[in-house]
Ligand binder design. Structure first.
Ligand SMILES: Cc1cc2nc3c(=O)[nH]c(=O)nc-3n(C[C@H](O)[C@H](O)[C@H](O)COP(=O)(O)OP(=O)(O)OC[C@H]3O[C@@H](n4cnc5c(N)ncnc54)[C@H](O)[C@@H]3O)c2cc1C
Length: 437
């Protein structure tokens, strides 16, 4: 066992996307403000920092204000703000002249990479966590051994021991049941990794009616002027995302308090009312742009952008020369067979289930009557007395903390709450703080 494996951390973070990056910043700022240092290491499966790289499409923009960056809602004077980044890059005045609250995803990715760089010593990239093993002392779990695969080829494993864990593994791409991802059938999350292998396609099919589906449709239509792009979805038309001011309050920090304390039927009601702020909806500008292209093609009499709405894909069969996709028009049942080079499923994401990673440690976790994990206001999973470690979750808390859980809006505030909770627990342990690695 190496020295790193014997060492006991205060906190191990699984995943180093925006949520745990924001937490790393909050922990560092906590140290600056209080002198308390929380010994933390993050394990991230990607070889370097990356935020949905497969969908960093040219021209796509953020769906939250830049003021909802990693820090500002918690600490507007933080050196890790988007404005500090702009100043550092020498673009502050240029950005202001740009008059937008919604930077491009490319620029926001650059901001996130800039913010992640100073934490490189605290992140073990290329480490995919595959198991969490509880370590019992006198019948109580006192430590967790977090097991990560360092090298997929050799299967080399390393272990990091900790008293607290924060799981922030993000969303998992969702494919309809029975769909198998292969070289011609992709999930939208892989788009930019797959496209370089595509040569002179004749027809591309995109399934889905949400923001990613509309973005993929627009991108393919622009990138392959010789190809027909068929957008297949069940709605009659793309539906606009509700980003109006009052509705946006559902992402406010205070809305998390309200949602958390609301009875289950009110939670369900609020989710239903405001699903259109996030789920299966598209920015109005993008809907307008797609319609403009679609109409312009009608004027010219050459229609490359085919909107196959009120429809579903019933069959995709691979042949020697490509795919045969069958689309059913739902009102009449009429079926259309399409020969296609590729089918892109932009069918969304699901939050990963923390219990999958927790394994035997999950047996100490409490559940809600509906079966979901019981998660406390401080994002800690409620556990039995037999669990002495803190298990925090970022992301998979929509059922307890509301719509903002999987998004960036409340990240800055949430990580402040986790930091306070964690520091309080460590203080209560009366163990001396050790220096951050
Ligand atoms: C294309 C796209 C655009 C989006 N745009 C916006 C937007 O504009 N505004 C907004 O609010 N939200 C947006 N979202 C929602 C998105 O969930 C958040 O932006 C953000 O990614 C959440 O951060 P996270 O750190 O919780 O999750 P992620 O960003 O998904 O990061 C999770 C990290 O955990 C790592 N990981 C997963 N499993 C393991 C494991 N077993 N071991 C080690 N590491 C692991 C992953 O590699 C990843 O780096 C978008 C989502 C997508 C897909």
């Amino acid at each position: 066992m190496s020295a790193a494996e014997k060492h006991v951390h205060d906190l191990v973070g699984i995943g180093f996307g925006p949520s745990n990056l924001a937490l790393a910043i909050a922990l560092r700022e906590h140290h600056t403000q209080t002198g308390e240092s929380i010994d933390t290491v993050f394990l991230e499966r990607q070889p370097a920092f990356g935020w949905h790289r497969g969908m960093l499409l040219e021209g796509t923009t953020m769906q939250v204000s830049f003021l909802k960056d990693l820090v500002t809602m918690r600490n507007p004077t933080s050196e890790f703000s988007f404005l500090s980044y702009l100043r550092d890059r020498g673009r502050l005045a240029d950005f202001i002249n740009h008059k937008t609250m919604f930077p491009s995803r490319e620029e926001f990715h650059d901001y996130l990479e800039w913010a992640a760089a100073p934490f490189a010593g605290q992140v073990e990239y290329g480490s995919e966590v595959v198991a969490v093993t509880p370590v019992q002392v006198d019948g109580r779990v006192e430590y967790l051994d977090v097991v990560a695969r360092r090298d997929a080829a050799s299967g080399e494993l390393t272990t990091r021991r900790t008293r607290n864990l924060v799981i922030a593994t993000g969303l998992e791409p969702f494919l309809p049941e029975g769909t198998v991802d292969d070289e011609r059938v992709w999930h939208s999350s892989e788009l930019l990794f797959r496209l370089p292998g595509l040569r002179d396609p004749r027809r591309l099919v995109v399934v889905g009616a949400g923001q990613s589906a509309a973005e993929v449709t627009e991108h393919l239509h622009g990138a392959f002027p010789g190809a027909e792009v068929c957008a297949v979805f069940g709605k009659y038309g793309y539906v606009p995302a509700d980003d109006s001011s009052f509705a946006n309050r559902v992402f406010d920090p205070q809305a998390v308090d309200h949602f958390f304390t609301a009875p289950p039927r009110v939670k369900e009601m609020l989710m239903g009312y405001h699903a259109s702020t996030n789920y299966s909806v598209v920015d109005l500008d993008l809907i307008d742009e797609l319609y403009r292209r679609h109409y312009q093609e009608k004027v010219r009499g050459v229609e490359r952008l085919r909107i196959m709405s009120a429809s579903r894909l019933t069959e995709v069969v691979a042949g020697a020369g490509g795919l045969r996709a069958v689309v059913e028009f739902l009102p009449t049942g009429e079926r259309t067979a399409l020969d296609a080079d590729v089918v892109v499923y932009a069918t969304g994401y699901r939050p990963g289930d923390p219990l999958t990673l927790l394994g035997a440690a999950g047996e100490h976790c409490r559940r809600l009557p509906g079966g979901g994990l019981r998660i406390e206001r401080d994002y800690r999973i409620a556990v039995a007395d037999s669990m002495g470690c803190g298990l925090y979750v970022q992301g998979a808390t929509e059922h307890t903390h509301g719509l903002t859980s999987t998004l960036l809006s409340a990240t800055a505030v949430r990580v402040g709450e986790i930091t306070r909770s964690l520091a309080g627990r460590l203080r209560a342990d009366r163990r001396p703080y050790v220096l951050t690695r």
